[in-house]
Design a protein around this ligand. Sequence first.
Ligand SMILES: [Zn+2]
Length: 397
Amino acid sequence: MKVSRRDFLRGLGAGALGGALASSPLTSALAGPAFVKGLSHRTQKVVVVQFGGATRFSELFGDPSYRYTPFLRELVKRGMMYRELWNRGLTHHVAGTSNILTGNWIMLEDFSYKPPPAPTIFEAFRRQKDAPKTSTWLIPQGANFAPINRSSSPDYGDRFAAANVWGDLAANPVLREVLYELEKQPEQDVRKLVEAQLNRYVKEVNRDPRTRRLYQERVDRAVEMVESLDPELRRFLLSLDRSKVRQAAGRDRANVALAIEAMQKFAPEILHVNLAAPDVAHQGYWSLYVRAIRDTDENLRLIWEAIQNLPQYQGKTTLLVLPECGRNLDWVANGFQHHSLGDEGTRHCGMLIVGPETRPGVVIEREVQHIDVAPTIAHLLGIELPTAKGKVLAEYL
Ligand SMILES: [Zn+2]
């Protein structure tokens, strides 16, 4: 079904008012954007599934048969699709994710290990609602994404950061042992613990200066990761139910298990789960890329089922599904393998929104952008994000 914005707003205004008023002469007078904006939302929680690691529109929302995403094919029928959602900034992972989280075009390179300069939706929520750290969660692809759980803005930053843990922390045996040791004796020196664990695997390190440097970098990074976790998050990582990891699919399975556990234990108001398996495409094998998309579709299903099964989420959660960027078109450079040339394939993303306010099966055709996502989440949750450069997606509201 395709509707114009005006028709859609009229329909939403009438539907939300219920049967009696919907048929009254007042309806057409009231059903303008200003009125619709004033409706109170049933959405209390927002879950963002970044169908990411860069997934191209032609393999996602742009494939009419949804051959790689059978679950998404069903979910699309329940929600509203913004077919023309575009990334107009850097088509990299950290920048793309930061654009979604801040409503600004953030110029951060991957592996820069820096927070974005503009405040994130997490910080705005926590500051305005006086909410605890575990009310907002970022489950990132890995350590290089971890710093974007907050901004470098002086008015926000660490004290309003989102809780963040990721799969490697739970699965990596060195880090896991360090977390166990700290749980037993919290005052121990983290660096010594990391070195002791790493030395079980690397015994000859002192003989070669280059290996020594790599070893030192690995130790530094591990210490940084462990020290960034407060005791509550360390305990959460150690409590991860391993059977849930086995239920999820592919490379992101630990991230999906962590996301579902976080929903069960902390019921965050904002949860951003960053799935990255399709980025295996950098290896250049089409079969690996599409298998990872299938895995991501399966993981999306698990998160959707958690939303339906948990009373804290069921009926009051808006789910957003979108990639942070696409990949190069087949006739540009190496095609699907990479995503940095900024051609249409890397920029055209699309987004699905499913929640208590969405009308099933609606497709919006006008262009919207990644920077519109954060203001829309802010509006849904009743907070302000004045630093965002994007606009609230009014068709949805
Ligand atoms: Zn990539």
